[in-house]
Design a binder for this molecule. Structure first.
Ligand code: NAD
Length: 296
């Protein structure tokens, strides 16, 4: 396709996602508040914009990948927001993980201005982003979804249509609530094994072939030196920050509050990740919750 894509937000996820768009020979104009992040993307073939508005003015499709709802709101809905800058019939795709009501608010503003919107949060981590194997969990109208698919397929391997606008966010929040519980549970199980004199690598191999097997053991072992190329073997740098997991747990607990759902496991996980964050670990990868359960 000859479409031009504006990509806003070049952090742990956005940067490798742009790499994959570029490796599909797509024309990508980028912006991030951090100039070094823009420079790194340009070194790989992207074009720099001086701000988000300038990026959007050049594009047919806009993708945003920002930390949280406040950033998304200000990018789209502030006085200097990007919607008014768009060419006719632009497709906006927000891949940040945010609450469903903000996604709907932004999506409706986009549609009111005559454009299309898809909420498309992702799963798969920074490794999935680098490998182009992300799962995109989309919410929106069929026509917008069908337009988004070929672009998202350059960055991901599984593309799901969860339902109307905002539904992608609900599904994503449920997934991350479960991930928080699995990472904490896997960490305490591994620490129990270590405390009893077992080798965490051996125990991990056993659990991988047993009923405790789960994604954190398969792709993201929280114990240092069990797996190569995961944050735990890199001082818990990169990856998915503790503060972002706490954001997602708050989103899950808010959603549960709205429906009166019982989420006792998520409550426990939220307590643990909050405690871990208060101890100064907000910017570390979330698998560092492992260190809360024992000595390294
Ligand atoms: P990050 O903090 O590493 O990156 C966010 C980037 O957005 C930063 O570079 C920041 O400078 C930029 N930014 C913030 N406000 C901006 C603005 N107004 N204009 C332009 N740039 C702006 O976060 P991340 O890990 O890349 O995560 C992004 C989103 O994806 C979050 O919502 C997160 O929950 C979600 N997510 C992350 C992972 C992961 O493994 N890291 C996995 C799935 C989903």
């Amino acid at each position: 396709t000859s479409k031009k894509i504006a990509f806003i937000g070049l952090g742990n996820m956005g940067a490798p996602m742009v790499d994959n768009l570029l490796s599909h020979q797509l024309d990508v104009v980028v912006f991030d508040l951090v100039p070094e992040a823009v420079q790194r993307a340009c070194d790989k073939g992207a074009t720099a914009a001086t701000d988000a508005r300038q990026a959007v003015r050049q594009a047919d499709i806009v993708i945003s990948m920002l930390p949280a709802a406040a950033h998304v709101k200000s990018l789209y809905l502030s006085d200097t927001g990007i919607i008014a800058q768009a060419r006719p019939d632009t497709l906006f795709i927000d891949s940040s993980t945010i609450d469903a009501s903000t996604a709907k608010l932004v999506g409706e503003a986009v549609e009111q201005a005559g454009h299309q919107f898809v909420d498309a949060p992702v799963s798969g981590g920074t490794a999935g982003a680098a490998a182009g194997t992300l799962t995109f969990i989309m919410g929106g109208h069929d026509t917008a979804i069908e337009r988004a698919r070929p672009i998202l397929a350059c960055m991901g391997k599984n593309l799901f249509h969860a339902g109307p606008m905002g539904a992608g966010q609900i599904a994503k929040i449920c997934n991350n609530m479960l991930l928080a519980v699995l990472m904490a549970g896997t960490s305490e199980a591994l620490q129990l094994a270590i405390a009893n004199g077992l080798d965490p690598k051996v125990v991990s191999d056993i659990m991988l072939q047993s009923s405790g097997c789960n994604w954190t053991l398969q792709k993201y072992n929280p114990c240092p030196e069990v797996m190569a190329n995961v944050p735990s073997s890199n001082d818990y740098a990169g990856g998915f920050m503790v503060k972002l997991m706490n954001k997602d747990l708050s989103l899950a607990m808010d959603a549960a509050g709205a429906t009166g759902s019982a989420t006792p496991m998520a409550s426990a996980a939220q307590g643990l990740y909050r405690l871990h964050q208060l101890q100064g670990n907000q910017d570390k990868d979330f698998s560092s919750i492992f260190t809360l359960f024992g000595k390294l």
